[in-house]
Design a protein around this ligand. Structure first.
Ligand SMILES: [Zn+2]
Length: 240
């Protein structure tokens, strides 16, 4: 096996998915290196890898591309009557970082990463599943996040999901309207976990919106209000 490297001054790529714009954009190729790996056995395909540093023409974000191409042999004859399937030249591009369909909100990373590690780890996995189109896993993750938050708020973990939601309402963590939303969120996760139902992206978007609202209302907002109440100057008495 041998490999040859060379710097390319051009690349057959004019558009790429920008991780910041989250859409296909025109690109400027800043640098590109090609590596060709070939085998002594000429029946094996040659592997060509292209490493490129790209700049989005829309927002100037720099990101990377890896192109992999297998070249020939186009046809291998192993007997007069039978040919192995042709190995055609194929070019496959991957981009780093990949545009994320749904990103973890900043407040989740800031608060949960330090205070609630288990919850944060599960949130990272749940959003990761959403971005990899693992929709069933994402829906199950949303339901489990709800379960963990319920426990953080002091709800008995032995209760059924339905009773947990009612306990959250009774103890003032959620409004009657939010109770309805959470019931849908939990039912969706159960259908995905036990009945093989696969939500689509619109469904996931609604689920993640509901989860974010629940987390923000039940954990972030009470903490922010506690901090605010400490800063408010006391009212002056009449004697002052
Ligand atoms: Zn961009």
């Amino acid at each position: 096996m041998s490999s040859k490297r060379r710097i390319l001054d051009r690349l057959p790529l004019t558009k790429a998915p920008c991780p910041r714009c989250k859409l296909e954009q025109n690109i400027v190729v800043k640098h590109c290196l090609e590596e060709e790996i070939s085998h002594e056995n000429t029946l094996l395909p040659t592997l060509v890898k292209r490493f490129a540093l790209l700049e989005c023409a829309g927002c100037n974000t720099l990101f990377q591309a890896l192109g992999t191409e297998r070249k020939g042999p186009l046809s291998i004859s192993i007997s007069p009557a039978k040919n192995l399937e042709s190995i055609e030249s194929t070019l496959h591009w991957e981009f780093f970082p990949e545009p994320q369909w749904r990103e973890l909100p900043k407040w989740m990373s800031q608060v949960f990463a330090q205070k609630y590690e288990a919850l944060y780890g599960l949130l990272v996995d749940t959003y990761g599943a959403a971005n990899r189109d693992a929709n069933i896993l994402c829906a199950m993750g949303v339901r489990t996040c709800f379960d963990i938050v319920g426990e953080l708020l002091g709800i008995d973990p032995e209760l059924s999901f339905s009773d947990k939601i009612e306990a959250l309402r009774r103890e003032g963590h959620i409004s009657p309207r939010e109770k309805k939303v959470l019931k849908i969120l939990v039912d969706t996760g159960s259908a995905a976990a036990h009945r093989g139902w696969e939500p689509d992206r619109n469904d996931l978007s609604a689920l993640l919106d509901a989860l974010e609202t629940f987390l923000h209302h039940s954990i972030i907002l009470p903490q922010d209000l506690d901090q605010l109440s400490v800063k408010i100057p006391a009212r002056k008495t009449l004697q002052d």
